[in-house]
Ligand binder design. Structure first.
Ligand code: SF4
Length: 376
């Protein structure tokens, strides 16, 4: 029920105004949707494994995928990965300017590189020329864990001012070389440090911002940390593209990224399931049902909502605001709601199959409505 946003101003997030750049065919910044990124963790010189992971991430919704290219064999393999990838590929470079040039030649859509870390001005010029020649954008990636020594000497420890200064120094190098297709991140594993640095950077530049809480941890802890850190920034309008860093499968990073954006109404993709925690009042097994539905509905990309509520305490109210709803009742059956209206009774044992059908039908109807709207 997409119209809820415009008629409920307390849900409105005013995004910071940033320039727009392109990462391949994906716009980042300006009024472009906030994109979700992840990074492969395969051996980058193993083309088949890397392509398979990129495809799995894209299928889960990744708009952009980063591949680390630490050596010449991985920049060589990158050419094949780029060819097979359904989404733009960012090459992750750290210090070696030659890898950056090779990656640009191999078709990377963007280079993640800090121009201040790759050596003298002539090397910087070479990398920027390669980026320009091959239509690559650049992401400056400031990280609290790898700040330049002179900044650590000046500030004594990683702090927001040091990170902002580092970011602005790298920006200046690109601008001095007349290169403007860049975005910037300033990540830290500490949410306070990351948030303060991002806020300062957001005021100091109009470059698109890539958000991330780095090394956030394993799936549960990292998800919570990322939701707090990124959620706070996104809520205040900061952030044009995000990456959730988890010690977990990159596909999980994509799912978590999307869930953070979905929770804030910043991006809609797939079925947003609203479900109750369940209690003794439940008319069916809510937890098992939601687990089954999550899996069965993974293929739906259409933005829509589904409420699965154990009983009439909250069921009818939630169903009013969702595309498809089910509320548990007595005697082994419950009530199905369609587009907010009570529709028909359903026995619990047919529930999962029937709700999947209803969601698929509603998704097709929404797709048709969107196609009509787009054609008008
Ligand atoms: S909606 Fe009903 S079943 Fe679910 S937690 Fe609330 S009271 Fe319990």
């Amino acid at each position: 029920m997409s119209s809820l946003h415009s008629i409920r101003p307390w849900r409105q997030i005013e995004r910071r105004k940033s320039r727009q750049i392109m990462v391949g065919n994906v716009p980042v910044g300006g009024d472009a949707p906030i994109t979700v990124q992840t990074m492969t963790n395969t051996d980058s010189s193993d083309v088949a494994a890397t392509v398979a992971q990129v495809q799995a991430c894209a299928e889960a919704g990744a708009d952009i995928v980063r591949v680390s290219t630490p050596d010449a064999s991985s920049t060589k393999a990158l050419r094949e990965v780029v060819k097979e990838s359904p989404v733009p590929i960012v090459a992750d470079i750290h210090f070696h300017y030659k890898r950056a040039i090779e990656a640009a030649e191999a078709g990377a859509a963007c280079l993640r590189i800090n121009p201040g870390n790759i050596g003298d001005a002539s090397r910087v010029r070479e990398v920027i020329k390669a980026a320009k020649d091959h239509g690559c954008s650049i992401r400056i990636g400031v990280n609290a864990g790898s700040l330049e020594k002179h900044l650590l000497d000046k500030y004594a420890e990683p702090c927001p001012d040091a990170m902002i200064e580092s970011g602005l120094d790298h920006i200046r190098i690109l601008q001095d070389n007349d290169f403007h297709e860049f975005k910037i991140s300033c990540k830290a594993s500490d949410v306070f440090l990351a948030a303060a640095a991002y806020q300062g950077l957001a005021e100091a530049t109009d470059a698109p911002i890539h958000l991330g809480i780095t090394e956030a941890g394993a799936l549960t802890a990292g998800t919570i940390k990322s939701a707090i850190g990124l959620g706070n920034l996104l809520w205040s309008g900061i952030g044009d593209t995000i990456r959730v860093s988890l010690s977990a499968d990159p596909v999980e990073e994509v799912k978590v990224g999307y869930e953070i954006l979905k929770s804030l109404g910043l991006r809609h993709r797939g079925v947003n399931i609203i479900s109750c925690p369940s209690c003794a009042r439940q008319g069916f097994d809510v937890i098992k049902t939601v687990e089954a539905l999550e899996k069965r509905l993974e293929h739906i990309k259409t933005p829509m909502s589904l409420s699965i509520i154990g009983c009439v305490v909250n069921g009818p109210g939630e169903a009013l605001m969702t595309d498809v709803g089910f509320t548990g009742g007595g005697a082994g059956s419950g009530m199905v709601y369609l587009a907010g209206k009570q529709s028909h009774k359903l026995s619990n044992d047919q529930m999962v199959d029937h709700i999947v059908e209803q969601v698929e039908e509603r998704a097709s109807a929404i797709e048709a409505e969107m196609a009509t709207e787009a054609a008008e």
